[in-house]
Design a protein around this ligand. Sequence first.
Ligand SMILES: Cc1cc2nc3c(=O)[nH]c(=O)nc-3n(C[C@H](O)[C@H](O)[C@H](O)COP(=O)(O)O)c2cc1C
Length: 182
Amino acid sequence: MEVLEAIKTRRSIRKYKADPVDDKTLEAVLDAARWAPSWANTQCWRFIAVRDSEMKKRIADTLSETNPARDAVTNAPLVIVACAELGSAGYKGGELVTDKGDWFMFDVAIAMQNLALAAHSLGLGTVYVGLFDPQKVARLLDVPDGYRVVVLTPLGYPAETKDPRPRKELPEIIFYDKWGTK
Ligand SMILES: Cc1cc2nc3c(=O)[nH]c(=O)nc-3n(C[C@H](O)[C@H](O)[C@H](O)COP(=O)(O)O)c2cc1C
């Protein structure tokens, strides 16, 4: 699938078929994440691919009952949990060098978007899940100190088609030469 087509046709998928994702396909999706750019190529991301049904259920229980992605975390054949090593992105010589603190959220987000687009191009669905209890998930998955659980996504074959959600029009978000100049 061509990149612009993948960007425009990806949707958040919250209903999944039970069909498994084979190892080669999973590896292709994870490999796309690996090729993301990162702060000074520090690659702070780590990914945990969860297949175990009981663990998926426990992770789903860390989402609130009203989170629309909750069932998907249990039902999809896989859940990818993205973690980040702290203290690398945004640092030089051990010191923070920008006004934004640790850049781990930024680098993990880029990697996850690579993953989501690659998954979509291979016929798989994803939905970013940010509203859950990351500390509980870290404990469930034995994530060590110095790392944060950032975001997760179910991964599997979609059992729904979705219309696009609305986006702001370009003139609402783009300025030329200076803030405010359309
Ligand atoms: C950082 C982030 C966190 C999100 N967290 C959740 C979530 O907890 N539950 C959920 O159902 N969707 C979540 N979403 C999905 C958004 O609702 C979705 O991307 C947005 O409505 C646009 O729809 P689309 O992805 O189909 O284009 C999240 C998306 C992002 C980028």
